[in-house]
Design a protein. Structure first.
Length: 320
């Protein structure tokens, strides 16, 4: 019995045809490695790229550079990697926001992390904190009570449809409180400190300094276990919301034309992450490494897609 082709299979076929000659060209090693980052210098993705590119390039025996291409919610960086000659060894260090969902914010063509790209490894496993201002409630239950008395709350994120937006929206639904999303182009922390918004869900490294400094109060972590860097903060599971647990992270993607080199790229990445100096930098920054082998990295990407698709479906009525 034959079945009609699916949209995904047709996309994969079209990409394979379009990239056929480029795949043959990729059977040899690239002449360089360039990690393209969809964020400005000094950001966490930029730091990770700079920590990793030198040891990866050293193992590969080629020069290594980092290129910052922020803007358009990651579309500029993704396009730069896809447009680069294969011998340039351009790789995208980013999250699924920058690949699978970027078209939803920019009216661009859809990208698939297994069609236009191939995942070559995991860069980190991040943790998220639920934070309020210094004068905010001291517990998640008290935040919900205060929001109900006030008729709702406002929560901040770095953009419509971002992971931070989806996680905060899911949290507010679980707490049964009315909530309004306030997307920011500029940093939202000053408004949260001042009480102009009442809540944010953010990656731990982005807010840990403010929590330690007393500018923000952490009410919960979305990680399945308490964090060593914030041991006094309970998990959402401890607070009665195990379904809110979430661990994200960044991946390293190669263009589909370099698919034949994915096992070698994965090996170079994992060897770089095992470098003592790189490991020290991860530890000092409170960033959890995730040196998964190639098949496990692909499984992680597929699992994250299912999880984020479900959140997007609940918030927007569509996944991708």
């Amino acid at each position: 019995m034959t079945h009609p082709p699916t949209r995904r299979s047709l996309l994969a076929l079209a990409a394979a045809v379009a990239l056929g000659p480029r795949r043959v060209a990729a059977s040899t090693s690239p002449k360089a490695l360039q990690i393209v980052v969809p964020a400005p210098p000094g950001s966490q993705p930029d730091l990770l790229a700079r920590w990793l590119v030198e040891p990866m390039a050293r193992v590969a025996g080629v020069p290594g550079t980092v290129s910052n291409r922020p803007g358009a919610a990651g579309a500029i960086a993704a396009d730069a990697v896809l447009a680069a000659p294969l011998e340039a060894g351009a790789l995208l260090l980013g999250g699924l926001d920058h690949v699978a969902y970027v078209h939803l914010q920019n009216n661009r063509r859809p990208l698939d992390p297994f069609v236009e790209f191939v995942p070559v490894g995991t860069v980190n496993r991040d943790s998220w904190l639920v934070v309020v201002g210094p004068g905010g409630p001291e517990a998640l239950s008290k935040l919900a009570d205060a929001a109900r008395r006030a008729g709702g709350l406002h929560y901040a994120s770095g953009g419509e449809g971002s992971t931070a937006h989806l996680l905060a929206a899911r949290l507010c639904r679980a707490l049964a409180v009315d909530a309004v999303h306030v997307p920011y182009r500029d940093p939202w922390l000053p408004d949260l400190v001042a009480g102009r918004v009442q809540l944010a869900v953010a990656p731990t490294p982005a807010v840990l300094g403010a929590v330690r400094g007393g500018q923000l109060r952490a009410l919960a972590t979305l990680s399945p276990e308490r964090l060593a860097v914030a041991a006094g903060v309970p998990t959402v599971a401890e607070l009665g919301h195990p379904g809110l647990a979430f661990q994200g992270g960044l991946f390293l993607f190669a263009p589909a034309g370099l698919a034949a080199l994915a096992p070698r790229l994965n090996g170079w990445l994992r060897e770089a992450m095992a470098d003592p100096e790189v490991a020290r930098r991860y530890h000092d920054a409170g960033i959890d490494p995730a040196p998964l082998e190639l098949e496990a990295a692909h499984t992680a990407v597929r699992g994250r897609l299912r999880e984020v698709d479900a959140m997007r479906l609940a918030v927007f009525g569509r996944a991708r």
